[in-house]
Design a protein around this ligand. Sequence first.
Ligand code: P6F
Length: 366
Amino acid sequence: MKLTLSVIKADIGSIGGHICPSERLMDSVHNHVNDQSEGLLLDYYLSYTGDDIAILMTHERGPGDEKIHKLAWDAFLAGTEAAKAEGLYGAGQDLLKEAFSGNVRGMGPAVAELEFDERPNEPFLFFAADKTDPGAYNLPLYLAFADPMNTPGLMLSPGLAAGFRFVIMDVNYTEADRVIELNAPEDLYDIATLLRDTERYVVESVWSRGSGEQAAAVSTSRLHNIAGKYTGKDDPVMLVRVQKDFPATGEILEPYAIGPYVAGCMRGSHQMPLMPVQLNSGISYFDGPPVVSCAAFAMHDGKLTEPVDVFSNPFWNTVRGHVADKAIDMRRQGFFGAAMLPMSELEYTGIMKKLETLDDRFRVRD
Ligand SMILES: O=C(COP(=O)(O)O)[C@@H](O)[C@H](O)[C@H](O)COP(=O)(O)O
C-alpha cells in the first residue's frame, strides 16, 4: 500500500492584523483533526507560519481524497468559528466557497501532496511560506535539483546522475491546469526561461528521472484567480523528499541562505527578500518580510517523528540579519521602481481605478 503525505493550509484569522493565529484558533483546528482522525489518518502535525495554519497528514487514501480534504476543510470551518468568537481579523479569509465539493482545490486552501512507497527510512521536509506566492520556491527548487554549483550530489551521487523532471504550471491560465514537463539538465535554459517569471510559471512538482519517484510537490493555487479579487497572497506549502536518490537535506536548504527577493509583503504588492524563520513564527516588519519555515521529519509506517525546526539552527541567524538588511534597504525606496510589483501584478484594484481617473484628465497638446 502506498503512503500519502498531504499538507493543506489556510489563513482563517489572525490576531492584530495579518500576523499570527491565536492559541484558541489553533486549539480548535487541532481538536477537530484529532477527533476526526481515527480510521482516516495514520498521523498528523499542525503548525503555523505567519497567519497561515497548515495541517500535515499521513494516510493511505491517495492524493485528492475527498474524506481527507473534507477533514481539513471542516477543521478550518471549526477554526473560523473560534476566530469569529475572538474577533480575529480575516476570520475564514481563505475559505472562498460556501460548500465543500469533493476537494479543497479551487476552494481557497493550498494543497501539496506526495504519494510513494515508503522507504525503510523516509526523511522529508515540509516548507510553509507566508506573505508571498508559490513562485517563491522556483529559485530554491531550480538550484537544488538542477544546479551542481548548489547540489554537488548531481556530480557525486549515482542516484542523482540521471537528473530531474520539472513539471511547471502556467498559473495565469484559469480555464484548466496548463503544465509543461521539462528535463534537467538538457532543458536547463528553457526551465530558467520560465522560472524567472515567478508570477506566471510555478514549479508544481519535481520527479527523479532515475527512479521515476516524485521528489517535490508545491501548492500552486492563485487565490485571486478563485476569488476574482485580492484576498491575501497565496502563501505556498511544499513537501520535498530528501537523501539517496534525491538531493540531501543540506542541498535543498542551501538556496534559502540567499534571501531572494520575492513578490508579496505589504498588501501583496512588493518585492521583498524571503526570510527563513523558525516554526510557528508570526509576521512583523511591513506586513512581512515574506517568510518560509521548514520542518524536517522521518516517518515509519506513516508515523511521524517529532519535527526538527531546521531554520532554528544558529547558522540562520546570520542569514536573517542579511535578509533584514536587504528588506530595510529596499523599503528606503518606498514605492519606487523595483520595490513594488509591476502594475499587472498589483494585488489591490484601487490603483487601477486611480489610473483610469487620471487617464481622463490627460490631454493631447496641439
Ligand atoms: O498582504 C497582506 C495580507 O496577506 P495574507 O492575507 O496574510 O496572505 C497584508 O499586507 C494586507 O494586505 C494589509 O495588512 C491590509 O489588509 P486589509 O486591511 O486590506 O485586510
